[in-house]
Design a protein around this ligand. Structure first.
Ligand code: ZN
Length: 252
């Protein structure tokens, strides 16, 4: 989906709500009170009503938008922007694009989406031969995290991250697995056997470095969630946006 077809499909708040409802209906709604899955739709209240206990579930309830006051349109624009490029946007840039006055609500929305992306990916397990290594990512130093700015030296910390990838090479590495887990791999294994995991690590570093300034250690996982989510769905093309809407519904 490009910006023009997005505008054509999602020009108004109601366009977004109706689309969201369609997707939610496909995924199914579960009553929080009795666990029932049959509901009436109350159009005027934009809510579902449980057929057995009459408990009401708003369109947002149970999704990652549950406690958000932002319009559906803002969420949809954000999901579009986050899914339309491989690289992604900083929250500052998103705030600018959305024309929002305050930074905090945008920040909270983006991080909820990143969390949902991680939750979606957590539902899948890697199969077959799995490559494993670790990468060191630059993060803001502890001083900066505590709000005490430091410049130059000491402004940066390192966080190691374990990275796993399904191997697409046909080399039998089963006898080497112990070695990979316990020792640093030499240059040759790095180049050949751990090819995919290293491509992922270096691409992730480049993306994070290019887009964001001094990521805090405690948020690194969320930034990686977005990167990995998109990497795993790199052949989805236009469907990435639709998948992100479903992550919004089921990734809470
Ligand atoms: Zn019920």
């Amino acid at each position: 989906m490009n910006i023009f077809s997005f505008r054509a499909h999602f020009g108004t708040e109601d366009d977004c709500r109706l689309h969201f409802k369609e997707q939610r209906d496909k995924e199914g709604v579960t009553c929080k009170k009795c666990g029932g899955s049959s509901h009436y739709w109350l159009q005027k209240k934009w809510s579902y009503e449980c057929k057995s206990c009459h408990f009401r579930t708003s369109l947002r309830s149970g999704t990652i938008m549950e406690s958000s006051k932002l319009p559906f349109l803002v969420w949809y624009k954000t999901m579009f922007l986050m899914s339309c490029t491989k690289k992604g946007f900083s929250t500052n840039e998103l705030q600018k694009q959305l024309g929002m006055k305050r930074y905090e609500p945008v920040w909270a929305m983006v991080h909820k989406l990143r969390k949902a992306m991680g939750n979606r990916d957590a539902k899948y397990t890697l199969e077959g031969m799995v490559e494993l290594d670790e990468g060191y990512f630059s993060v803001a130093s502890k001083e900066i995290e505590r709000g005490k700015g430091t410049r130059g030296r000491g402004a940066e910390g390192k966080q190691n991250v374990a990275v796993m990838a399904e191997s697409t090479s046909y080399v039998d590495i089963s006898h080497l697995v112990e070695l990979h887990v316990t020792e640093k791999s030499d240059a040759k294994t790095t180049k050949e056997t751990l090819k995919w995991v290293h491509i992922a690590i270096s691409n992730a570093k480049r993306t994070l470095l290019g887009n964001y300034h001094k990521i805090k250690r405690k948020y690194l996982q969320l930034y990686l969630n977005e990167f990995i989510y998109k990497l795993n769905r790199r052949y989805f093309g236009d469907k990435l946006f639709d998948r992100l809407v479903i992550a919004n519904i089921t990734g809470a």
